[in-house]
Design a protein around this ligand. Structure first.
Ligand code: SF4
Length: 649
């Protein structure tokens, strides 16, 4: 019989409250594994004694074989007495299937005898009258019952919330490091001690699903030898994989710094082109959660949540190291420059007492100049709305164009500069999205920047014809307003064919994230249902004047709310995905379904791969997607800079 050295910290799971961040991550992992494996039946049984016998058979045996052996045992012998009275030969015939016959015969007999001695019957129903500590102690007093088996019986047969950390779960916890902040590293910790350490920290509501799915995950993916990290759905949460990604990125030839990084569309494009991200800065901690999760190749201490202006020069130098920085990128906030905002709305300026000269967002671009001085990069990229080109800023009491100021300052530091206005549709992206890109380089820039960039996209084999909205999102599962979950199995997806575009941004995700449709109120639903593809609110009211009759949404006058509602068309690229989607998705109504686009649909239109997970509230997720530079477009710039840098060496 195995020796019993029990390190019992607490019988029940959920005993110790986890820090929110760790708890959220664990719940996320549980949800992903549920979506991946569907919490299959592992053969556990409701009767505690039968569960004990079954678990004895499962040891070092494949689950399927163990289930069959247990079934045969029950069919061949009449009751538990029958098993006790059976001959060795009869038991061996059944119990030796799959190996370990002698062990199983001995263990099953000793178990049944011990139960009979202690309870006076071949039953463990007495456990149902005990509290969890009593039941746990009793089970541990039986031969061949260790902590994991005892916890399994308690979980599956007695209904106690306890987590049986088997060898698979321990391995996954050890490699992911998910509980490291509360229990320390599990590296080198004895198996039984690890079980006791893990159990009390697992939230009670996920003990069953997490245990079952970790067993499957450990068998199929996170194997002891040669873990299949490349197909692991939880790898973004795994310290083992993330460390290997950081090491791999360390070997990159070129580095970049990402200012105003947001969720990291630019960083992703640069990473895909072989750049190492030396530093990423943003002042929104919620957005940076998404960045941290999806950029495992960036060391955590190189992702800073800071207002750029408060970042001291010495700190910047210390973080980016003494190493050279090749490219500095800044997706400077654009609200102050955009004509959609205050710039074109004098009424709004008056009403809100808005003073553009006091809006500090409008001068953040100066940080680009400061960082350029500090880091001396070979190349610089600033992204903004096209309106930035005509935007002015007061500088030393003089009214200057922002672009002019950048050109002068950077020009004085030896940079060649160029400004291009690009549309994402010219780069294989299914979205009308015009953005201004200011480029500076120590090396001379080509005369026809736009041509050079589109040629690069062709060389990168981007889709030759602009993909339509259908190409981007038609394969996602249909949803009604208010339906959907943050994490869903790919099995739910109705795949309507794989377009070139989907092939390009990655179409092999087994799980779909962030595909949740917002609810609409009854009045809005009336309008949404009536809208035809390509039709907006004004056109609808013109076509169906009666639509307004008797409805409270009469408040949407056609004068102020022309585009209040708009149904997208399948056959053309989508309109610009904007952060405003966070407030109101009515001008992004799905071409066929009566609801606004989901975050996942918006992300696909922005060329984010399906395994890019947006975290935080729905509002925050939409802002993250809407403010991002499409990774596919960022990648073209990364290729462009790489060619420049290679030519410099
Ligand atoms: S990434 Fe690799 S090591 Fe980490 S949990 Fe997945 S399979 Fe295991």
């Amino acid at each position: 019989m195995q020796g019993k050295r029990i390190f019992k910290e607490s019988v029940c799971s959920g005993t110790f409250p986890l820090p929110k961040e760790v708890r959220d991550r664990l719940l996320y992992i549980d949800a992903i594994l549920q979506a991946a494996y569907g919490t299959p039946d592992l053969g556990n049984v409701a009767d505690p004694l039968e569960e004990l016998i079954f678990l004895t058979i499962t040891q070092r045996t494949k689950i399927k074989t163990a289930i069959q052996v247990f079934r045969n045992l029950k069919e061949q012998f009449s009751g538990r007495d029958g098993i006790l009275q059976a001959s060795d030969a009869d038991l061996r015939r059944i119990l030796s299937v799959g190996g370990r016959g002698n062990f199983r015969i001995r263990a099953v007999r000793e178990l049944l005898n011990a139960v009979k001695d202690k309870t006076g019957a071949l039953s463990l129903n007495n456990l149902r009258r005990m509290n969890e500590t009593e039941a746990f102690e009793f089970l541990l007093s039986l031969p061949w019952v260790g902590e994991k088996i005892a916890r399994c019986v308690m979980l599956y047969s007695l209904g106690f919330n306890t987590f049986p950390a088997d060898v698979n779960a321990i391995r996954i916890f050890r490699r992911t490091g998910i509980l490291t902040p509360v229990i320390g590293s599990l590296e080198g910790i004895e198996h039984r001690k690890a079980q006791s350490k893990i159990a009390p920290w697992v939230p009670a509501e996920i003990t069953r699903t997490l245990h079952v799915n970790m067993v499957v995950h450990g068998h199929e993916v996170c194997r002891e030898r040669n873990p299949r990290c490349e197909r692991c759905e939880i790898r973004k949460f795994c310290a083992f994989w993330r460390n290997s990604e950081v090491k791999e990125a360390d070997g990159a030839r070129f580095t970049m710094v990402d200012l105003f990084s947001g969720a990291g569309g630019i960083s992703l494009g640069f990473h895909d082109e072989g750049f190492r991200i030396a530093l990423a800065v943003d002042n929104d901690s919620r957005v940076l959660q998404t960045y941290r999760l999806n950029h495992p190749w960036v060391e955590q201490n190189r992702i800073l949540c800071k207002d750029m202006r408060s970042l001291a020069s010495t700190r910047i130098r210390a973080i980016s190291g003494e190493e050279k920085v090749d490219v500095l990128v800044a997706g400077v906030p654009c609200q102050g420059f955009s004509r959609v905002g205050y710039r074109t709305k004098p009424d709004l300026i008056k009403e809100k007492k808005y003073k553009p000269e006091k809006d500090q967002r409008n001068t953040l671009f100066k940080e680009v100049i400061r960082f350029a001085r500090l880091l001396n990069p070979q190349c610089i990229l600033v992204e903004n709305v096209p309106d930035m080109e005509s935007a002015n800023v007061t500088h030393y009491g003089m009214d200057r164009r922002v672009i002019e100021l950048l050109e002068r300052r950077l020009g004085g530091m030896g940079y060649h500069t160029a400004t291009v206005c690009l549309d994402a549709t010219d780069f294989g992206i299914p979205q009308k999205r015009r953005r201004l890109f200011f480029v500076a380089s120590k090396k001379a820039l080509p005369d026809k920047m736009e041509e050079r960039l589109t040629k690069l996209a062709q060389e990168m084999k981007y889709p030759e014809t602009t993909p339509s909205l259908f190409d981007a999102i038609a394969s996602l599962p249909a949803l009604k307003a208010g339906e959907g979950v943050q994490i869903a199995s790919f099995a739910h997806v109705q795949d309507k064919g794989v377009s070139d575009y989907r092939e390009f941004v990655g179409n092999d995700a087994a799980i779909i994230f962030n595909h949740v449709a917002r609810p609409h109120n009854n009045d809005d639903m009336g309008i949404i249902e009536a809208l035809q593809p390509g039709e907006n609110y004004v056109a609808l009211v013109r076509r169906m004047p009666d639509i307004l009759n008797g409805r409270s949404h009469k408040v949407y006058t056609t004068r102020n709310f022309q585009d209040k509602f708009y149904r997208l068309r399948w056959d053309v690229p989508c309109r610009t995905i904007v952060a405003h989607l966070a407030k109101d998705g009515n001008s992004f109504i799905h071409p066929e379904q009566n609801r606004a686009l989901t975050v996942r649909e918006a992300a696909r239109i922005q060329s984010f791969p399906d395994d890019f997970i947006f975290t935080g509230s729905r509002t925050s997720q939409f802002i993250q997607v809407g403010n991002a530079v499409p990774p596919m477009l960022a990648r073209v710039f990364a290729r462009f800079f790489r060619t420049l840098l290679e030519a410099t060496i």
